[in-house]
Ligand binder design. Structure first.
Ligand code: HEM
Length: 161
């Protein structure tokens, strides 16, 4: 007699909920760290540390965490039966993450420029630059596959559905 088939599929819900909780915890910790213990945030300031502080903020919350939320969008977007909405939310979040990542790198270049420090001299800087470039290529591929999801069209699509 053939053995009974078993399903090894497990629910992604607990992992997704844990992911959202981690998002809240890390966001809170980074904001408290930067505002309370690292003199705050600014794009223009005589206190250059404030300019530097934008880099970890944008990279951790804007780039890594929002990209994580984009990955979980297929699970956490309420309209579960409409894959187009989920894809649109996913692409919007990935685009925001890419924008934050690029801005975070602009900020650290600005900080180096204003403090007369050299650019791209560490392993961190090269690996970080490669990561952003590969991420950008991936988002661009997505946009080419779904031209309707591009920019303003995407917003129009979301508000009409
Ligand atoms: C995915 C996340 C991150 C990426 C892609 C990234 C990328 C980069 C890049 C490309 C540079 C070079 C800028 C230049 O040479 O002018 C840089 C510099 C720097 N980053 Fe990040 N970064 C990330 C996260 C962080 C975090 C979380 C911190 C600190 C908490 C940090 C601290 C620094 C520091 C101190 C520098 C200047 C020194 C150096 O070039 O290594 N970075 N980062």
């Amino acid at each position: 007699m053939a053995p009974k088939s078993r399903s090894y599929q497990i629910s992604a819900t607990p992992v997704t909920v844990f992911g959202h909780l981690l998002f809240i915890a890390v966001t809170t910790l980074v904001i408290v760290w930067l505002l309370k213990f690292r003199e705050g945030l600014a794009f223009e300031s005589a206190n250059k540390l404030k300019i530097f502080n934008l880099h970890p903020l944008l990279m951790v919350i804007g780039f890594i965490l929002i990209a994580g939320e984009a990955i979980m969008a297929y699970k956490s977007t309420p309209s579960r039966r409409d894959i187009k909405v989920q894809k649109a939310v996913h692409l919007t979040l990935q685009t925001i993450a890419l924008g934050c990542g690029i801005f975070g790198i602009v900020v650290i270049f600005k900080f180096h420029d204003e403090t007369n420090m050299p650019d791209m001299v560490t392993l961190h800087s090269w690996l970080g630059m490669i990561a952003i470039c590969l991420f950008g290529l991936q988002v661009q591929n997505h946009i080419q596959e779904q031209p309707i999801c591009h920019g303003i069209l995407l917003v129009a699509y979301l508000s009409s559905s």
